[in-house]
Design a protein around this ligand. Sequence first.
Ligand SMILES: [Zn+2]
Length: 202
Amino acid sequence: MFYDVGPKYTQSGPYGTMPAVSSQPQIRRNLNKRNRLSQVMTSDHHRDTEFMGAALEEAQQAFSLGEAPVGAILVHEGTIIARGHNRREWQQDPTAHAELLVIQQAAEQLQSWRLIDTTLYVTLEPCLMCAGAMLQARIPRLVFGTLDPKAGACGSLFTVHQDSRLNHQIDIRHGVQEESCRNILKEFFQQIRQDHAMTTKS
Ligand SMILES: [Zn+2]
């Protein structure tokens, strides 16, 4: 019998139902460890949400410039060191995606092509080009908002971030501020369609 006091299962936590009380030191230690882990996870998740907010601000800037609203930031040891948004139309450059722009800025900032200890936050799932650049830069972690079923290379069409044939893999979390990341794109393309309809009418 492991538990000597009270009901066995009364608390539910992020790991499912947890034992309520225990007099066994080892189990108590494990429970404390679990609680600490869940605190770390909660604060990481909270930080991810905040950083995605900064990427969304970048997406908003792209929107106001008439660019498909995708924004990205790059965080190094807890600090934003690069931020950018899609500038493909503005620069007439097919490679001017938000992720590539922040990777270039960050490499300049860190004076290194290896972006170790960094996390890239982007509102939309990266394409093949950007996922390739992330692998080249050895970025260890990627957080993105919404999936791109038509061009996404990190789970949708391809899974290059976890291809064991390559010499680097990227940890991924997606679905952070998903609705906002999706809605800004939806709104942008709705507006484009409306403008197009108006022009063809007149
Ligand atoms: Zn891209």
